[in-house]
Design a protein around this ligand. Sequence first.
Ligand SMILES: Cc1cc2nc3c(=O)[nH]c(=O)nc-3n(C[C@H](O)[C@H](O)[C@H](O)COP(=O)(O)OP(=O)(O)OC[C@H]3O[C@@H](n4cnc5c(N)ncnc54)[C@H](O)[C@@H]3O)c2cc1C
Length: 308
Amino acid sequence: MGMNVQGTKSSPQVWYPQTAAEAWRLKKSYGTESVYISGGTLLRTQWESGVAAMPKHLIDLSAIRGLGEIRIGEAGLVIGGQVSLEACRTHPIIQRHFPMFTEALRLTAAPSIRRLGTIGGNIASNIGDSLPALLGYNAHVVWYNGMEDLQITLSEWLKIAGMLHTERLLLQIQLPFQVDKTLDGHEVEHLLAVNSKTKRFSAYHKVGRREAFTPSVVTVSVSGSLSEKMEVNEIRIALGGGQMIAQRLEELEQELLGEVVDAQLLRHVYNRIMQLYKPREDLFASASYRKTTAAHLITAELWKAAHQ
Ligand SMILES: Cc1cc2nc3c(=O)[nH]c(=O)nc-3n(C[C@H](O)[C@H](O)[C@H](O)COP(=O)(O)OP(=O)(O)OC[C@H]3O[C@@H](n4cnc5c(N)ncnc54)[C@H](O)[C@@H]3O)c2cc1C
């Protein structure tokens, strides 16, 4: 089963499975004595800070075939879990079609870490800064459950984070290309034929304790489209930051559909974010600071979408 490098008393045994099935079997056999490792950039900080102990077995995912590429597939842009954050940030199709994702990666760590750290690790951590941006594009993830590859929305994946077996293995992420409806009801790829009656908007923000190379305190994305009369046709609002598992505010999104973006609606958005968003408090920021920041950013972006 795969190649392995024997551990010593102080260093773990490293396994290099060639397939998802092998990786999954190793995880199943060694259980809590093992961990999947991709770039290792987050795991290292956890071991060094004592948040987690280094286990006896490291299951290195880098040798699994087919996880290191970005390609166009039926589901949209398909990104393998082993693709580095830097390769995603500099990819021309991602830059053109998924700018919130590019922006999130620009604001993630430093180039040296982005070259080692993978998108799979960022997502599987459940707290990666890329998550609100990816939620804004209705991303799907494909994961392996020991028998087959399963596809679910990223939003669902995050809702059940921590509730499933720890051996769940993230294989790839899929980003559907945006489509707009033409007046006769046909769907067209957004950037190839933009319907001039529809105004698309998207914004991603990361607020940290300093300008750059900083852990996030709040991350938000807001995206969608408005009609000519400023009614909300489509909207996605996603939040994360700190140790909070990123989430979409689906209840609020539903409330906004068909509504005109005016001062009253913006007040409603602000108040509902304060009610619905329940960030964790930590040493760096209070829950109320996080809520207020998120509510201000999202309200301001909606105002800009309608008035600029
Ligand atoms: C100095 C520094 C600054 C950083 N700044 C940021 C930042 O600004 N924003 C940010 O989001 N992150 C930041 N990070 C964290 C980290 O670099 C990123 O989250 C990175 O994307 C993690 O990817 P990785 O491949 O290194 O994950 P790893 O460390 O290898 O793994 C992370 C977690 O995911 C699990 N895992 C990895 N791959 C898979 C998979 N395919 N399937 C299932 N589970 C898997 C691992 O078991 C582990 O629990 C920073 C790290 C450092 C050291």
